[in-house]
Design a protein around this ligand. Structure first.
Ligand SMILES: [Mg+2]
Length: 301
């Protein structure tokens, strides 16, 4: 039923970056004439391999980027767009000494943190955040990542962030082509080869919403990083929940749009078409980042 296609090719970009019109679609030139625009969420294969410990990642936010770009689960064929809060395009504040996101950040396709599934961690229970699983890529020696890139990454570990009471796993990974990838096999190896990365990442996740007047994010397991084997299980579980979602077996309010162009036999197959362009328009120049977003935010804790 869930047919996988050959490796995906490129993106199709509508509108200029840092404007509300900006949309980046996954684009598969080899798909049928009316199916070239596909969904990042549903049509890009997860390519999860437990033996090699690898999975594919969609880059939503390249390292040091401030625009809060994410796969739109409520738009047909799920393009990447910039999040909007209270009518304004959302930029992540620079919390001292960081600039934007401290790592390449994105999603694992064909995974879903089910909001109706109660997960018990230690003594508390949480529901999923209704999004694809988040993944951080901490390498830096391959080409600079771009919004919409698909990378194969090695899975290293994870941390259970609790955001507004919802479970929001962050998987830690490194690009398989990074020069350190062969040396880093589990979360314990990260501190040896990339000192301070884990502690800084946790500090960042804990505090990045403070400038918006929100409280610190919390973590389950006393804020400890979990190892690779836990991360593999989390990915597997979220891939299973996604299979139920696209098979029409999940219920609840505000479920993601499941329209897709590759999953024959699913209720969402060929239900929405986005005009498939033959040529990419000339890229529009990005709008300026608002001055307010470039301010540095200091905090005590
Ligand atoms: Mg999430």
């Amino acid at each position: 039923m869930l047919k996988q296609f050959t490796r995906y090719s490129s993106t199709f970009i509508h509108g200029a970056k840092y404007t509300p019109e900006f949309k980046v679609y996954a684009y598969n030139a080899n798909n049928g004439p009316n199916d070239k625009i596909i969904s990042f969420f549903h049509d890009i294969p997860v390519n999860f391999n437990r033996d090699t410990g690898t999975v594919d990642m969609i880059v939503e936010i390249p390292r040091y980027e401030q625009g809060k770009f994410e796969i739109a689960k409520d738009l047909p064929l799920n393009p990447i767009v910039q999040d909007v809060k209270k009518g304004d395009l959302r930029f992540i504040n620079n919390i001292y000494p960081f600039h934007g996101y401290p790592c390449n950040y994105g999603a694992i396709p064909q995974t879903w943190e089910d909001p109706s599934l109660k997960v018990t961690l230690e003594n508390d229970s949480y529901f999923g955040d209704n999004d694809p699983l988040d993944v951080c890529e901490i390498g830096s020696t391959t080409s600079i990542s771009k919004l919409g890139d698909i990378k194969k990454v090695k899975i290293l570990g994870c941390i259970a962030m609790i955001d507004d009471g919802e479970l929001d796993w962050k998987i830690i990974s490194i690009d398989v082509n990074d020069k350190l990838a062969s040396k880093i096999n589990d979360v314990v190896d990260v501190e040896i080869h990339l000192p301070h990365v884990l502690s800084n990442l946790k500090t960042w996740f804990k505090n990045y919403k403070l400038p918006m007047g929100k409280p610190e994010n919390k973590f389950a397991f006393n804020g400890e990083w979990r190892d690779k084997s836990k991360a593999l299980s989390v990915i597997e579980e979220c891939n299973e929940r996604w299979k139920s979602l696209v098979a029409g077996k999940s219920s609840g309010k505000g479920l993601p749009i499941v329209a897709n162009n590759t999953l024959k036999g699913t209720p969402g197959y060929h239900t929405i078409s986005v005009p498939s362009p033959e040529t990419q328009p000339t890229p529009k120049i990005a709008a300026d980042i608002p001055l307010k977003a470039s301010e540095i935010f200091y905090y005590k804790n």
